[in-house]
Design a protein around this ligand. Structure first.
Ligand code: PLP
Length: 255
C-alpha cells in the first residue's frame, strides 16, 4: 500500500480547503491520505459562518483507529480549532516520534473568517512547534505566532521556539507581480523561489501546498525536493482554479 499521510483537518463544505484539499493534494502527490476530522465548518467560497470543533477524545479515537491499520509515514495538520485539540495532537505525536510531521499553523481562513480563537491557538501552537519537521506559515501567521513584524527576525524566533524547518509563504506580502517563498532548515536559508502572482484570491492554497509536501515526504523526498515539487504543482493547480461566483475565492482544480 502507498505510504500514508494522516491529516488532522477540518471539513470545508465548499471543497476548496480543509480535508478535501488534503485528500486531493496528498493523492496527487502519489501518497494516500487518511483523515482525523478536527471540526465541521460552515462556509462557502466567500465567507465563514461558523464551526463546530471535534471533541478531543473523538479526534484521538479517529487517529488511533488507523495507527496500526495504515502505513502512516507522515502527519499533517491544518485547522485544529481548539487548544484541547492542539494538546491532544501534541500527545499523539509524542507517542509516535517516527512520524514526519508537517504543521500548517492555520489561524484564519483566507476569506478572513475565524477558525478558532486566535490568541489561545497561538499560545497552544507553542507545544506543537518542536514536533514539526516543517512548519508552513504564511507571513500573517508567522507574525502572529512570534509577535514580531520583521520576517527574518520572526523566522529566527520560530527556530528559537523549537522549529526544525520553516517554509515562509509570501502570498500576503505587498509584491504585486510575484510571490516569494523562503525555505529555512535549522535557521539557515536553503532556497528562495519566486512565481508570478496570479490574479484573484484562492481558497485552500495553503492546505494544498502543505499536504502535497507531506505526501512527497511520506514517499521519501528530502525537504527541499518535496517543497520544490509542491510549489510547481500548486502553481498549475491555481492557474486552473475555478470561480464559483463573482465575489468568491477561486477553488483550486487539483485534478
Ligand atoms: N482548514 C479549513 C477547514 C478551512 O476552512 C480553511 C480555510 O477556509 C483552512 C484550513 C485554511 O485554508 P487556506 O489553505 O486557504 O489557508
Amino acid at each position: 500500500m502507498r505510504p500514508t499521510v494522516l491529516c488532522f483537518s477540518g471539513l470545508d463544505p465548499s471543497g476548496g480547503a480543509g480535508l478535501q484539499a488534503d485528500i486531493e493534494a496528498v493523492g496527487q502527490s502519489g501518497a494516500h491520505a487518511a483523515i482525523a476530522c478536527t471540526a465541521l465548518t460552515i462556509q462557502n467560497s466567500q465567507q465563514v459562518f461558523g464551526f463546530e470543533p471535534t471533541p478531543k477524545d473523538l479526534l484521538l479515537a479517529q487517529a488511533n483507529a488507523v495507527v496500526n491499520d495504515l502505513p502512516i509515514r507522515c502527519v499533517k495538520s491544518g485547522m485544529l480549532g481548539t487548544t484541547d485539540n492542539i494538546i491532544a495532537l501534541a500527545g499523539f505525536l509524542s507517542e509516535h516520534p517516527d512520524y514526519v510531521y508537517v504543521l500548517d499553523p492555520v489561524l484564519v481562513a483566507n476569506s478572513g473568517g475565524s477558525l478558532g480563537h486566535q490568541a489561545t491557538l497561538v499560545k497552544a501552537f507553542e507545544t506543537l512547534i518542536p514536533y514539526a519537521s516543517l512548519i508552513t506559515p504564511n507571513t500573517v501567521e508567522l507574525r502572529a505566532l512570534t509577535g514580531i513584524e520583521d520576517l527574518e527576525l520572526a523566522t529566527q524566533k520560530l527556530f528559537a521556539m523549537g522549529a526544525q524547518a520553516v517554509l515562509v509563504k509570501g502570498g500576503h506580502e505587498d509584491t504585486p507581480d510575484y510571490i516569494q517563498n523562503r525555505l529555512y532548515i535549522s535557521g539557515e536559508l536553503i532556497s528562495e523561489t519566486r512565481c508570478p502572482r496570479l490574479e484573484g484570491e484562492y481558497h485552500g492554497s495553503g492546505c494544498s501546498l502543505a499536504s502535497f509536501i507531506a505526501g512527497r515526504l511520506a514517499l521519501g523526498d528530502n525537504l527541499k525536493t518535496a517543497v520544490q515539487h509542491a510549489e510547481t504543482w500548486l502553481f498549475g493547480v491555481l492557474k486552473r482554479a475555478e470561480s464559483p461566483v463573482k465575489n468568491g475565492q477561486k477553488i483550486p482544480k487539483r485534478f
